[in-house]
Design a protein around this ligand. Structure first.
Ligand SMILES: CC(C)(CO)[C@@H](O)C(=O)NCCC(=O)O
Ligand code: NA
Length: 609
């Protein structure tokens, strides 16, 4: 090896487009063929996708291992595979602290959201909103979810195609079209079973591709200790940042606490995930699958963070955006990966397969969940007499139409120009946050009514878009990347002075509205969730006072009751019988209790409609 202890820069990457060898094409083709094969298998086996129960709910017969792998695949797309290394490469490892948010971000869904939603035996999460509030709230929730998913889907289709195009010159729209079509086909043929089993296979390919890049990168840099030395010298290992400023983009508070709300909006109430919990054969199996997400998600996060570090060590903060004709750090990551893997037969193909696996597994979940909510929330209620055969056919047509819509959305993403990871996290926070707020309002606040929920959702979305669009327009949240390692190695007084000056410029605080716009996007979910709850409660009190009206049994989670579990039993019963639902630790027990006492005033409160 000609490189001496890393002091020589690596040979400059070749700027001509990289070419695939036969082995690369074979690996990529195997990925697509296997996905199609799984779709075909589920189209022809089992119940042959002739009922909506099978097509949309996988017959509610899944076991926890495939469900858990499918759960992590839903929101782990090429955006994370490319975006996280790009983030670590330019800003250091601070983003890794989002792993802390996974603890509560998965425990709360497992023990609060799954028990409530599973026991109601829903098909669509938004059915909950009708049971708890009203039809209008359900439709608004569904439309908000459709909006979120359609935009996110465009981003997911676009990202790998864009990366491939920037590096290999592969036709951008050709790749977008191919991804969209393959995915539409197997989703339409095989239903949720095919979606879950392709997710399992694609998650394995995703991990394998990332691992291959890391191993090759470490080898080319000169071993693990060499990688470590370089990332230390380049200041990429970030210390725990406890700065409480909510406008700091990434700190422990924004990632570890704000991230919990992001996780809740994704793993607690998002249709794609809830549909998987509901497809599990028992509630216990659903909870177990949620627990199993934890190690896999930590592994996924670790792999992408380490990939960013290895890439930094190998290229030492070089910037080749001029050669790529784009200033995107995301394209640069793909460029570096393809440069490292050049000449190793099969590996470039494996990495591209990894990117497309990640994308396909996300898009297929989106298609299927969109087909489900459109069918269950928007169509079925108006055509109660529709035959099962027609409903299933219509679901397939819907899955396909959303596939085509997603291609159109990819074009919209094409017009934006932020880091893909930031765009994804902003969408999750701006649209997912208010939906989370709606569910929290329903589950934890028995006093909230339908008018309050609608007003809360409206206010939450309005505020979310005000801040979100404000930050995009004023470009408030951009932070200066860390210097490349060479600048640090030089360490002459001049550079130090310049960097100190630059640092001062970044640290000068924005004022007024601009400061409001520069709220870290990691707080979006929490902020928008609280807006919905606050406005929802205020309007509920104004329109109905504290009078407790009819609440469908099983839709309220006895939060206060669980928190105040140390109260003596007789006191809790007393509070319960006053109609304070939040003290009732066992709603289901209560239901049976009052079912036996029909004359009781609470029967009205708990009776199903
Ligand atoms: C959703 C999280 C935050 C969970 O770790 C992560 O997977 C992520 O940052 N995803 C980015 C979006 C995407 O990969 O499509
Ligand atoms: Na995915």
């Amino acid at each position: 090896d000609g490189r001496v202890a890393g002091h020589l820069p690596p040979e400059p990457p070749i700027s001509k487009p990289k070419h695939f060898a036969v082995a690369d094409y074979v690996i990529f083709a195997v990925l697509l063929a296997a996905s199609m094969g799984i779709g075909l298998y589920h189209a022809l086996s089992g119940g042959r996708q002739r009922t909506t129960q099978e097509f949309l709910m996988a017959d509610r017969s899944m076991r926890c291992l495939p469900v858990s792998l499918s759960l992590i695949a839903s929101f782990q797309s090429a955006v994370a595979i490319i975006g996280v290394p790009a983030e670590i490469y330019t800003h250091g490892t601070q983003y890794w602290f989002i792993g802390c948010a996974y603890i509560l971000g998965l425990l709360i869904p497992a023990h609060v959201f799954i028990p409530v939603l599973y026991r109601l035996r829903l098909s669509s999460t938004y059915q909950y909103l009708e049971m708890r509030f009203s039809k209008a709230v359900r439709i608004c929730g569904t439309l908000t979810f459709i909006f979120q998913t359609v935009i996110y889907m465009g981003l997911c289709v676009y990202t790998p195609a864009f990366a491939l195009n920037a590096v290999t010159g592969f036709e951008l729209w050709g790749a977008v079209l191919a991804t969209g079509l393959v995915c539409t086909l197997y989703t339409t043929m095989g239903g949720l079973k095919a979606v879950i089993w392709t997710d399992v296979f694609q998650t394995v390919v995703m991990f394998a591709g990332q691992l291959a890049v890391i191993v090759v990168g470490v080898q080319q840099t000169g071993g693990v200790s060499e990688v470590w030395r370089k990332v230390r010298e380049g200041n990429r290992i970030s210390a725990l940042d406890l700065n409480p400023d909510p406008t700091e983009r990434h700190t422990f508070w924004t990632l570890g606490v704000g991230g919990i709300f992001l996780m809740l909006s994704l793993y607690g109430v998002n249709q794609a995930q809830v549909q998987r919990y509901l497809s599990a054969r028992t509630e216990k199996e659903a909870v177990r699958s949620c627990y199993m997400v934890f190690p896999s998600l930590q592994l996924a996060l670790a792999l992408s963070c380490v990939m960013g570090l290895v890439m930094f060590a190998r290229y030492c903060g070089e910037d080749h955006s001029d050669k790529l004709g784009t200033s995107s750090k995301d394209a640069m990551v793909v460029y570096f990966v393809m440069d490292m893997l050049q000449g190793l037969p099969g590996l470039p193909g494996l990495f591209i397969a990894c990117l497309f696996s990640a994308a396909l597994s996300t898009i297929s979940s989106a298609f299927n969940s969109l087909a489900t909510v459109t069918m269950e929330d928007l169509i079925k209620p108006h055509f109660p007499t529709m035959t099962e055969a027609r409903a299933t056919l219509l679901s397939k047509v819907l899955a396909m139409s959303y596939g085509l819509l997603c291609l159109a959305m990819a074009y919209l993403t094409h017009l934006m120009g932020d880091s893909v990871l930031q765009v994804a996290l902003k969408i999750f926070g701006m649209v997912g946050g208010p939906i989370l707020g709606l569910f929290c309002l329903g589950m934890f606040f028995p006093w909230a009514n339908s008018t309050g929920a609608l007003a809360g959702l409206g206010a939450g979305l309005a505020l979310a878009f005000w801040v979100g669009i404000g930050s995009i327009v004023t470009r408030s949240s951009s932070t200066r990347p860390l210097p490349p390692c060479r600048a640090v190695l030089l360490s002459d007084n001049m550079t130090t002075a310049i960097h100190a000056a630059l640092l001062n410029v970044t640290l000068s605080r924005p004022s007024g509205l601009k400061r409001f716009y520069s709220l870290s996007y990691m707080w979006y979910s929490a902020f928008n969730c609280f807006t919905v709850i606050l406005i929802g409660l205020i309007i509920s009190f104004l329109t109905g006072g504290l009078v407790l009206t009819y609440v469908t049994p099983g839709t309220v989670y006895p939060l206060l009751g669980k928190l105040l579990c140390f109260l003596p039993e007789h006191l809790k019963k007393k509070l319960c019988c006053r109609g304070n639902m939040e003290f009732c630790t066992d709603i289901h027990g209560l239901q049976t209790m009052f079912a036996n006492n029909p004359g009781d005033p609470l029967t009205f409160l708990l009776a199903p409609s």
